[in-house]
Design a protein around this ligand. Sequence first.
Ligand SMILES: [Zn+2]
Ligand SMILES: [Zn+2]
Length: 235
Amino acid sequence: MTCFLLDGDTALDAGSLTEALPLAAQRRLRRVVLTHAHLDHVASLPFLLENLYGRSTPLEVAAPASVLAVLKRDLFNGRLWPDFTRLPSKARPTLRYRAVRPGRPFRAGGMSWTAVPVNHLVPAYGYLVTKPGRAVLFSGDTMPTERLWTAGRVARDLKAIFLEVSFCDAQAAVAKASCHLTPRLLRGELAKAPERVPVFLYHMKPPSLSRIRREVDALDEPRLRLLESERAFRF
Ligand SMILES: [Zn+2]
Ligand SMILES: [Zn+2]
């Protein structure tokens, strides 16, 4: 149920924002940037919007148009959940979509963001997020990728990489079918990653977590750390 909170007012993905944040912190959110529209990345968005209903500034949901199209058609469609771009009124909506161009930097929350297309079942993007003197790279959901690492290698002052690993090696077939990484596939990705940058692993499927932990330990890669919920980092 992926979500990252950046500088308190910007979320990357919205898998469990309403579960993770008290109401006051939810109200501080100005925008959510999405990697893709899979449910484990947007599940809390309907309830977040409900909690923010009627406030003076709409919540901005930013992503490439291919991702926003799924939200409009399949989630906030007036059947599964209301269309918050018209509520309480069209003139004063709770939700505003912002389509961003992959590969083209955009500003959000005092940071510069660049969406990087990655390899997943549906249109999906990693993000390079930068501020002067520091940059962080998020993979989103992906199987082996080249473009993410191209972005990572040219990034200046890269402080951390957040990389998905979803399944253990015994589930390689499921990982392949669902376009995700396993610890074995990680080895190949690390060879493409910039050296000496810490890599925080996330998106472990709960039933696979203990095996993933053992298999990641066995890789004996000092760069790798398994991410835990509610950890905070300063870069
Ligand atoms: Zn996904
Ligand atoms: Zn996912």
